[in-house]
Every structure is written in C-alpha cells, then in structure tokens.
Design a protein. Sequence first.
Length: 370
Amino acid sequence: MTMNTMPGKRSRADMQGAFEGMHASEDMYEKVMARASHRGRKRGGAPKIAVVATVALAVALAAGGTAYAVLGGDFFFRGWGDHGHGQVNTWTVDGDGVYSRTFGTVDEGGLSDELKASVEYAGRAVEARGYTLLVESVLVDDLGCGAATFTLSNPDGIKINPAYGMPGDAVFDDTSDLRLLTTAFGDGTSANDDVVYDAEASTDTEVRGTIYFNAWNGADSVASGIKWVLNFNDEDVTTDVFVPAKTIKSREFKTADGVRAMVSPIAMVIDDESVMEAHDDLYGIHPLIIDNLSVTMEDGTNLVITDDDARVYNIFGSCLRGEDGVNLETVYRPTQLLVPEMIEGVNAFGDLCHTDGQNEAWQAEFLPAA
C-alpha cells in the first residue's frame, strides 16, 4: 500500500478550528486530544497511532478532502485486512470441532475510484465516564449495510476479553462498565452489527477498530442517519447523527427460477421473499437455510463465505431481517472486500423449509441479472 502524505504541518489552533466542524461538545477537542496523547501499553506490540488518527481527522476536516486521500487510503486496509490477528483464525466451541474465519486481503490497485470516493467522514465524537469514542470514516451501500472505523480511548484502560466472541471481536470484559459499542439510526431503529478491533494498532487504553452493520429495516434506516452508541450497564450515550451523502451500488444476481441475490463490495443479501415466490408452501418466518455460500470470480477463484460442514465463517456477522415473508432477506457481511463486476456467479446450498415441517435440499447458482 502506498500511503499518501499528510498536508504540511498544522498548528494546534488549526486543528482546533477543524474540530469545530465535528458534531461534538465545545470541549471535545481538548478531551480527544488529551485521550490521544495519553500513552498506554501496546496490545500486540504495535506502535501507538491513535494520535495520528485523531490529528488526521482534524486535518481532513480542515482541508475538506476525501477520506481516502487524507487518511492515506487505509480505510479499506483497516476494514478488510487481517486486523493484526493474522489471516486465518480458529477457535473451538465446547469441544465441537475447530471453527475458522479467514480475514480478507486488499489489492489497492483493484479499488475503483468510485468505491474510494464513496468513503465519507463521519467525524462524530462522544465522551462519557472517561471513554471517548471517535467515529472516523464510513462507507454504506444501497442494501442498508455499512462499515465505520473508530478509535475508542480511556486513560483508565479498556477491558476487552479475547476469550469471548470470534477471534478479533471487540467484546468487553464482564468487569467493564462499558458493555457494547453499537450502531443505531435516525428513525429510532437499531442495527445488527459486529465490532472487530485491530490488535496491532490498539493499546490498553486505546482501541482502534471497525464496526460492521446492517439496518434491520434496510437502506431507508441508513438514509435517516447513523449514530453510534456506548452502551453502559445503566445508560446509553449516543453520538450525533451522521447522514451519508454517498452510497455504493449493489449488483443483482438471479437463479434460473427467479430467486434474487444482491451483492455490493461489502455485503451480500439473499432475497428470501423471492424464494417463497419461486417455491410453494414454505415456512414464512424462515423459508431457507443456507449451509454453504460461495462466490466464483471471473478468473475461476472460489471465495467461501460460509460452509457449515467445514465450520468456516468468513463473515463479520449475518442475520435474517424482515418478518412473515414481507421484505424477508438474509444478510451476510463478508470478511473479503468484493468486486461485484468481477463475480461470475454466487453458489448456495441449503434447505427449503416447508410448512409441514419437512426440509427439502436446495442448490442454486445465481448468475448476473444484467
């Protein structure tokens, strides 16, 4: 990766002026800079870079540049690299075999100008109980999915327990007063999300990471604005709303019988409603169970998204959204950044769930609709 250089040196006054463009309290600049300048013990022995991230954000706001140009293009490397945990991560669940998640790789030359230009600055910050959350860059698609990079700091320490969740998941320890970092929307709805921290870029007092999310109600919720929430044991503290101005487009794929799938660079959605239209007497709450999902690229490469038999889950979470056959969709957030225009097909294996309680084996290939 070629890192773009920062603009010339700027004074503290310059950065403070830039910070005024953020939706935060008047003294947030001083608090964030104080948090960023606090030295903590490194997680994974990496150099401390939270000060750089904070200064980069302030300079970017002052310069009015794009997220990709000012942060040196690291948004995609932060979001779809190995997060400092290594490429392949494995774990066991109650002795039930070995599970794995493979993080993605990023080819900078393969990032389209349109994709890079779709990254926006959120610049949202909030402070509570010694914690300072700074949400930096955001990318959203037309499927109601997105990703946002963040820095969370606390001079008294941040308690992440690596024994919880999948490797890399930012799950706070039981003794922490901060329970969750979550995503919500301006229309009052919440998100299904997953938070992954960067082991090499984080310290005991600062955590850098990415939060991946999808709205339960789809793209309309995202369009109403995004906010990020510090969930404490007895209260929630929320950033101001950020309304995205840009959206990356998805590409439609279809099976021979009309079942639809939509693929964006950051998400994949199976239209379960179209499954019910193509097949009779399916269970309206959950008509389809997918056991194996993969993508075949134009060069013949096969990218596994999930494989239940092999216990492979190369995703930042998945969920079923919608209800009773209305706008029913299965959403996946892959660990690999996708290039929909170079996908030859999407392959799925699973079971159709009938109203009589019987399951029917199902296999399908989704081909580009146009």
